[in-house]
Design a protein around this ligand. Structure first.
Ligand code: SF4
Ligand code: SF4
Length: 60
């Protein structure tokens, strides 16, 4: 599991759908899966609700 500041990524399939959803440009793709830029993420949760594979988890 890879942790950003507010979002954990687990089981990403690399479809990239979440990247354009993020209004903070906090999501980027590396080695076929996404990672969260801890400096940019504001925990809005948009990516979590849009991932078709439920690979993103909002953390408190
Ligand atoms: S939408 Fe989900 S499966 Fe697709 S790239 Fe983003 S985290 Fe990975
Ligand atoms: S929680 Fe919001 S700001 Fe953070 S990565 Fe997801 S869409 Fe971007």
């Amino acid at each position: 599991m890879v942790y950003g500041s507010h979002v954990a990524v687990f089981g990403c399939k690399g479809c990239r759908k979440c990247i354009s959803i993020c209004g903070e440009n906090a999501i980027f793709c590396s080695a076929g899966r996404v990672q969260i830029d801890m400096q940019k993420c504001n925990a809005c949760g948009q990516c979590v609700s849009h991932c078709p594979n439920k690979a993103l988890l909002l953390m408190d």
